[in-house]
Design a protein around this ligand. Structure first.
Ligand code: NAP
Ligand code: G4F
Length: 323
């Protein structure tokens, strides 16, 4: 049987790198879309670069997306590319709308016109629940986004459903709660904390400046979550799924656990800095993954404690290597 072909937008990101590894292990031909940059930053995929094929494209440019779909003829398209950092979405609200919102329509258009038989995955977000209407949040919970990023993701979610219903595309929206890993971007709170704790442990810095420690998040491991993306596209019919652990923790609990792993008392080092407080906050996220468990047979494997430990150890190792 011919090998399946998958196109991943956002392959240089955290999730793109784990998804590419997963699809390679399943025997796919993996194509990744990358943006042109003056200096290439393929750190997360350098270990698999000889096993994947990269094509150039940008979510703001329709013709590049058409070419990417035309040249790769994918059976599955995973749209992971986005302006994904919530605070930046207040500084660059129209760019966020263009990339994270309209970019989804552009990828869907390329699929509709050129490869309508391809299955499509949209990287939707628990940030869409914002000021939450239900606890825990399910596929039925109404959205109330609290950032330009959240608003753009709501658009991406509904345009995915609309293309499914209008054109009969096999299009799925995965509503994923926060997921982290040693490959998480340094500006996101978990990695900022584990990297900060590791630097303090190694004497490279003296403090860690953070914003709201009371916000609660449902944090899982990115390696587990990309399996749910793949499973969604293997079903008989397209559908939307919440992917979460069902557990929530405050940022403060994450800080305590991470500093604990490094053998440090966090209260001596963490400074609250108003610069990191957001104009509007998402106070509480906790997802109910019951549908994903029942229909996809998906369950998270890595616990909160294991995740924190994996990230602190990863940062210590990386910093010690660089020292
Ligand atoms: P990430 O590490 O920030 O990666 C984002 C990717 O998007 C990068 O590969 C980036 O490329 C690419 N990108 C940005 N703008 C682009 C553009 N204009 N054209 C083409 N590519 C562009 O994000 P992630 O954590 O892997 O998340 C993957 C997706 O899931 C995102 O859509 C995110 O919004 C969504 N999501 C994430 C979480 C989470 O907790 N991680 C939860 C729910 C949903 P460069 O390397 O060139 O910048
Ligand atoms: O790690 P964060 O920046 O992630 P956030 O805003 O929840 O967004 C992430 O998860 C979404 C899924 O719900 C994704 F869609 C999105 O792409 C991204 O991956 O912040 C988490 C919490 C916030 O409440 C924030 O106010 O941590 C709080 N926080 C406290 N101090 C901080 C800081 N966040 C950051 N980034 N930096 C701080 O210093």
């Amino acid at each position: 049987m011919a090998k399946k072909r998958a196109l991943i937008t956002g392959i240089t990101g955290q999730d793109g790198s784990y998804l590419a590894e997963l699809l390679i292990s399943k025997g796919y031909d993996v194509y990744g879309m990358v943006r042109r940059a003056s200096v290439e930053r393929f750190d997360r995929i350098s270990h698999i670069q000889d096993k994947i094929t990269l094509v150039q494209g940008d979510l703001t440019d329709q013709s590049s997306l058409d070419s990417a779909v035309q040249s790769t003829r994918p059976d599955e398209v995973y749209n992971l590319a986005a302006q994904s950092f919530v605070p930046t979405s207040w500084n660059q609200p129209t760019l966020t709308g263009e990339v994270t919102g309209l970019g989804t329509t552009r990828v869907l258009e390329a699929v509709r016109k050129i490869r309508p038989e391809a299955r499509f995955y949209q990287a939707s977000s628990s940030e869409m629940f914002g000021k939450v209407r239900d606890v825990p949040q399910t596929e039925q919970t109404p959205f109330y986004p609290r950032s330009p990023y959240g608003v753009a993701k709501v658009y991406g979610h509904y345009i995915t459903i609309n293309y499914r219903e209008s054109y009969n595309l096999f299009a799925c929206s995965g509503i994923l709660f926060n997921h982290e890993s040693p490959r998480r971007g340094l500006e996101f709170v978990t990695r900022k904390i584990t990297n900060g704790a590791a630097k303090i442990k190694l004497g490279l810095t003296k403090e860690l400046r953070l914003g709201n420690l009371d916000a609660k998040r449902d944090w899982g491991y990115a390696g587990d979550y990309v399996e749910a993306m793949w499973l969604m596209l293997q079903q008989d019919a397209p559908d939307d799924f919440v992917v979460a652990t069902g557990e929530t923790h405050t940022v403060k609990e994450f800080v305590e656990a991470a500093f604990g792993c490094a053998g440090l008392d966090w209260e001596k080092y963490v400074v609250i800095d108003p610069r990191f407080i957001r104009p509007a906050e998402v106070e509480l996220l906790i997802g109910d993954p019951a549908k994903a468990k029942k229909k996809l047979g998906w369950e998270p494997r890595v616990s909160f404690t294991e995740l924190v430990k994996m990230m602190v150890e990863g940062d210590l190792k990386e910093l010690e290597k660089g020292a």
